[in-house]
Design a protein around this ligand. Structure first.
Ligand SMILES: Nc1nc2c(ncn2[C@@H]2O[C@H](COP(=O)(O)OP(=O)(O)O)[C@@H](O)[C@H]2O)c(=O)[nH]1
Ligand SMILES: [Mg+2]
Length: 209
């Protein structure tokens, strides 16, 4: 019989359009890299079970924005009940790094950031010759906001697994410290919202990217 997860958590991807969020998720999901990524995954989330360094099974419900990063009004709904967030920028595009402040602000508006596991992700490190944001700058920014930091390449499949493990390790240690005295094993059951259709995703607010 399949072992039940020790912990389940919703995690979201945030970051400006084009930084590689969908590519990272597809890569993690075992798909080949494609230069022509459709803006949606067909569904808004995928499930992935990660074994942590303490041999705990953490089931992640990984949400892609499905294009909704273009609409500020989608964010509160998207972030609802999330336990963790990956904030992604493109190391070869400074504007996407500057935009991280805006995404962080969205998180602060919608959630209690102190309770979230946050990972800042500098993607596209294969574009080393075009790199604008160096590792030290990214790392310092992350440390100042209590986030972990990792650099990845979805194109070359570099450190994608490690970024998921970083998140899972952080989630389980937070979960265990919250429930130190409790007997319950799986508490944060995620409400499975059916995927929204493209049409339902449209809203009337201004495009914020
Ligand atoms: N060179 C390079 N290109 C990437 C990488 N990740 C994604 N891309 C490309 O960047 C573009 C945008 O990717 P996408 O996953 O749609 O970004 P999203 O809008 O953040 O979901 C696509 O053309 C991808 O092929 C990477 O690690 N390196
Ligand atoms: Mg996308």
């Amino acid at each position: 019989m399949r072992r039940q997860p020790d912990h389940k958590a919703k995690v979201v991807f945030m970051g400006s359009s084009g930084v590689g969020k969908t590519s990272i998720i597809l890569r993690h999901n075992g798909r080949e890299f494609s230069t022509e990524v459709t803006p949606t995954l067909g569904a808004n989330f995928v499930h992935s079970t990660i074994m942590t360094q303490t041999s705990k099974r953490v089931e992640l419900e990984i949400w892609d924005t499905a294009g909704s990063e273009k609409f500020a009004c989608m964010m509160p709904m998207y972030l609802r009940r999330s336990r963790g967030a990956f904030l992604v920028f493109d190391v070869a595009d400074r504007q996407t790094f500057t935009d991280i402040l805006k995404w962080y602000g969205e998180l602060e508006r919608a959630c209690n950031v102190a309770e979230l596991s946050l990972v800042l992700v500098g993607n596209k490190i294969d574009l080393e010759h075009r790199r604008i944001v160096d590792e030290m700058e990214g790392r310092t920014f992350a440390e100042e906001r209590n986030m972990m930091y990792i650099e990845t390449s979805a194109l070359q499949d570099r450190r994608i697994g490690e970024m998921m493990h970083t998140m899972a390790n952080q989630l389980i240690s937070r979960y265990e410290s919250r429930h130190l005295s409790s007997q319950s094993k799986v508490e944060d059951t995620v409400v499975m919202t059916p995927p929204t259709t493209e049409r339902e995703n449209k809203c009337n607010c201004t495009n914020n990217v």
